[in-house]
Design a binder for this molecule. Sequence first.
Ligand SMILES: [Zn+2]
Length: 144
Amino acid sequence: MTEELRWKTKLSRLVNICMEHGIKIKFKRGVQDVYSPDDKDIVVNSNRTKEFQFYVLLHEFGHYLIDSDPALQKKFEPVSLARKHRLLRDQVLLLEEEVLAWHLGEQTADKYWLSIGPKFRGLKSKCLKAHIKVLTKVHPKKKE
Ligand SMILES: [Zn+2]
């Protein structure tokens, strides 16, 4: 089995797992990867390799798991409510949610015996770095 076919197989297994949870998956070219709780769907950018799409879907499934847990949903409610996160504490909460979504994605891979490769950590780091970059630009005007 070639590398790409191996990742393609894992990706389709994960798509099935998502569908078992009632999540609709759409693959589109050049879009932003996102999980929409209202529509209960995940959009994945299909421009990248199957391996990256697999990791992105793990992460977005992590967001679904957060959203399905009432305690976590309540904890991260300020993030989902605010359109723009101008407060430092909202940015920190957003980062916390992102870290957790990656963690839950990794746990999902473990649970279903879908092993991940070293590029998972690379992608995770890159995505978290982007969030941290935004976070460091926030200058709290109000008292936190
Ligand atoms: Zn995310």
